[in-house]
Design a protein around this ligand. Structure first.
Ligand code: ZN
Length: 454
């Protein structure tokens, strides 16, 4: 029998302490440290479940000697997911899918499981097999290779894995799992840590990709220790307002690809529909001329995206003017307002300014600055902008309009979507070619103002 041992963990960041203390030195939070019972198994026990021999010790190799094996990725058949992953699931990798409860994480992974060409084991500790079947029938009535298991004990899961021999394993969710080797309750830091470690061992030894669902706390971090995010290879985040029909999938960490790609889904009764042309859904089709809206040509990862910026500028009712943003950096808004005031003489200091990126997405591409400024000025002057004009440029502190990356791609996307003109920086290096769109080049704020309201 292993010796019983207790350790103290910060419930927020996972830092470990030998004795209790009021404040966590690691994350600085108070009263987050709790005692947990840790009971490490006998090394012999461990091996019987792993059923693998100790690996041969690795030897150093010259770079020239290292074989260049191309990564054989598993295509999930879901283009949005595959792109965010960087081209499909990597064998032996552990992927964590985080998101708020009710956002549709289970639906997404169940849908993918049902559509996979490979044998997949979907392990749920959240719902019964009957509940999952009901949901599955709505999504895909003829699934091919999907096994459903309702189990929360890792040792039992590994036993079933040996029977089924799946090519992909999905766990819903890591917070429900528990391992016999640890006494503390499911969802606690030590259980999450232990179960994840067992799954990593399984994934690496069997070369099977594993996807974990992880719930997110109100503060927006994945419930459980920060170490969970460090342990896995890829961390995906599934986000979107529950009232919005769109969901956004992005990678926060990716050992096998970039973290710039974005997947967009539409929530429907029959599951999540992949949105292949996101620009169309992000721009409202309104026939009226409304002041305060401007379209920006932005990039999310490799994909160009047209988004609508809405601004509302009004005289402040109370003493201190309000500044509020959704989907855009509030500090950046304040900076742009200061630039407008100082460089173009707009008296915005006493006005309330609200800014909104429609569609519930958040953008940190500096190329949307010009659209933000155009939307603010349009609302301030109460003059609607031309509907078929869009914007792609950064605005500097001196009021200069700066060029942005991959301008050609942005112009082409605007052209593809039928815009008549696009406003860019005068310094943009635009390759010669026949664009079917008018390119307006501006150098400073004054040029923008005279173009828009001239
Ligand atoms: Zn902490």
């Amino acid at each position: 029998m292993a010796k019983v041992k207790t350790t103290y963990f910060c419930q927020k960041c996972g830092a470990q302490y030998s004795k209790w203390q009021g404040k966590c030195n690691s994350c600085g939070d108070w009263n987050t440290i709790v005692e947990e019972l840790v009971q490490k198994p006998d090394p012999k026990d461990w091996k019987t479940t792993a059923k693998k021999e100790a690996k041969k010790a690795a030897k150093p190799l010259l770079i020239a000697e290292i074989e260049n094996t191309p990564q054989n990725r598993l295509n999930t058949g879901n283009n949005e997911l595959d792109r965010v992953l960087g081209g499909g699931l990597v064998p032996g990798s552990l992927t964590l899918l985080g998101g708020e409860p009710g956002i549709g994480k289970s639906t997404l992974l169940l849908q993918i499981s049902l559509g996979l060409k490979f044998r997949v084991l979907y392990v749920s500790g959240e719902e019964s097999q009957q509940q999952i079947k009901m949901r599955a029938e709505r999504i895909n009535p003829n699934p091919a290779n999907c096994f459903i298991l309702t189990e929360t004990k890792t040792q039992n899961i590994f036993r079933q894995v040996e029977e089924v021999e799946p090519e992909v394993v999905i766990i819903d969710s890591i917070q429900t799992l528990h391992s016999d080797y640890i006494e503390s309750s499911p969802g606690s830091i030590s259980q999450i840590r232990e179960c994840t470690a067992e799954l990593i061992k399984f994934a690496k030894e069997s070369n099977t990709p594993v996807i974990l669902i992880g719930h997110i706390t109100k503060e927006g971090s994945i419930a459980g220790p920060k170490v969970l995010e460090h342990m896995v290879d890829t961390v995906l985040q599934f986000e979107g307002d529950r009232n919005h029909v769109y969901r956004i999938l992005r990678a926060h960490k990716n050992r096998f690809g970039s973290t710039h790609e974005l997947g967009i889904y539409e929530m429907q009764g029959s599951g999540l529909r992949e949105v292949t042309n996101p620009s169309e859904i992000l721009i409202s089709k309104n026939d009226e001329d409304l002041s305060g809206t401007a379209i920006a040509s932005t990039l999310e990862g490799m994909r160009p995206l047209m988004i609508e910026i809405q601004a509302l500028v009004s005289t402040a009712v109370y003493g201190t003017p309000q500044r509020s943003t959704t989907g855009y950096n509030a500090k950046r808004l304040n900076m742009l307002l200061a630039v407008l005031e100082k460089r173009a003489g707009f008296r915005l200091g006493a006005k309330d300014v609200f800014l909104n990126v429609t569609g519930g997405i958040s953008v940190d591409d500096p190329a949307i600055d010009l659209a933000v400024i155009a939307a603010i000025l349009s609302s301030n002057e109460d003059i609607a902008l031309e509907k078929d004009t869009c914007f792609a440029a950064e605005v500097g502190l001196a009021g200069e309009i700066r060029p942005v990356t991959r301008i050609e791609q942005r112009i082409l996307e605007a052209e593809k979507l039928g815009f008549a003109s696009i406003m860019v920086s005068k310094q943009s290096k635009i390759p010669k070619g026949n664009f079917n769109i008018r390119i307006i080049k501006v150098a400073k704020i004054e040029d923008v103002v005279s173009h828009l309201f001239g």
